[in-house]
Ligand binder design. Structure first.
Ligand SMILES: [Zn+2]
Ligand SMILES: [Zn+2]
Length: 348
């Protein structure tokens, strides 16, 4: 049964242990001056949620969900930017705005950023969410709420492209066609990027990659990976940029070997296995290995603008329909096992 919605209480999918959540109902928290009480309309399931919930990386008692769109129900006395009834999306994590990185337009590197604290997370796999006005963005008119739920992962994909300095002339290989890989492909197709390849072991996801704009898909087992003894050998079909979106060590290793001289490997997918990257390949071919964490400055606004203009094949990127909070774990298992490929939207 879907929990009854009452603005004076909330129901959340609270982590009980790896792969287990309980739907717990609790009273509405007290709003401070700067708080906003939002009814969650939709929340996407992120690849990181699979780690945090199914694998139990997050602490019991937390609840996840950071890709959400909702409607303001009540605002604290100091909030002037939002009114009840306003449609909003969850915005970027806070950055200080005054450190060297923030001033250099790299808020994802903010000196004052906290450690990614998933243990005390009170996310949007819940009927309501308490948040601060500075963590919200207004939903622009003309953005459909399903599309709006893609704002955060789209901002992540845009940051990966910036980190790879991808331009129309780039030849790019995406490793892994999960939600971020698929979004990156869709944006590159919209940009008219010259060559977009995708390596993905799962056939359903290879089809997704093609449907959102990849020119070529392959199984990663087909990638030629020169041995450690041939560090400067450049493979046929080498690319300027590899976006590693799978978080798998073997993909990171293969990705480094797909680059032209001077090419860039961007690590986008989080993983816990340590890859063996050939240092002599990096040295001899002057390769750049970098990461992409969170978002560009203004990345959410750019993402919302792309969604508003209808530039992306949103319905290919999303699974049809929505799932209720009760089916969160089931949907996560289907995503983890590769039975479904697109972004799943939870309707709490
Ligand atoms: Zn996410
Ligand atoms: Zn800062």
């Amino acid at each position: 049964m879907t929990p009854q919605k009452s603005p004076n209480e909330m129901t959340a999918a609270v982590l009980a242990g790896p792969g287990r959540v309980n739907l717990e109902t609790m009273p509405k928290p007290k709003l401070s001056e700067s708080d906003v009480w939002v009814e969650v309309d939709l929340c996407g399931i992120c690849g990181s949620d699979l780690h945090l919930i199914l694998e139990g990386w997050a602490a019991p008692g937390s609840w996840q969900g950071h890709e959400w769109v909702g409607t303001v129900v009540e605002v604290g006395s100091g909030v002037t930017e939002f009114l009840p009834g306003d449609r909003v999306v969850g915005g970027p994590v806070a950055s200080c705005g005054s450190c060297t990185h923030c001033k250099g337009a790299r808020p994802s590197l903010c000196d004052k950023r906290g450690a990614a604290d998933m243990d005390s997370m009170r996310g949007a796999f819940a009927t309501y969410k308490l948040t601060k006005s500075q963590h919200l963005l207004p939903l622009p008119a003309g953005v459909d709420e399903r599309a709006a739920a893609l704002t955060e992962p789209l901002a992540v994909a845009l940051h990966a492209l910036s980190q790879g300095r991808v331009s129309g002339e780039s030849r790019v290989l995406v490793l892994g066609a999960g939600p971020i890989g698929a979004l990156a492909i869709a944006v590159m197709a919209y940009m008219g990027v010259k060559s977009i390849a995708c390596a993905e072991p799962n056939e359903i996801r290879r089809k997704l990659a093609l449907s959102v704009g990849a020119h070529r898909v392959i199984d990663p087992s087909q990638l030629v990976v020169p041995s450690f003894a041939e560090p400067d050998r450049v493979v046929e079909d080498a690319v300027d940029v590899v976006l590693e979106c799978s978080g798998k060590a073997v993909a990171m290793e293969a990705g480094l070997a797909q680059l032209v001289r001077g090419g860039t490997l961007v690590l986008v997918g989080a993983g816990i296995e340590t890859p063996k990257l050939n240092p002599n390949r990096i040295l001899l071919n002057e390769l750049i290995v970098t990461g992409a964490y969170n978002h560009d400055e203004g990345g959410f606004v750019k993402a919302l603008e792309l969604l508003r203009r209808g530039c992306l094949p949103v319905e290919h990127l999303l699974e049809p329909g929505t799932v209720p909070l009760e089916s969160l774990i089931e949907a996560m298992r289907d995503l983890a096992s590769g039975q479904i490929a697109g972004k799943v939207l939870v309707k709490p």
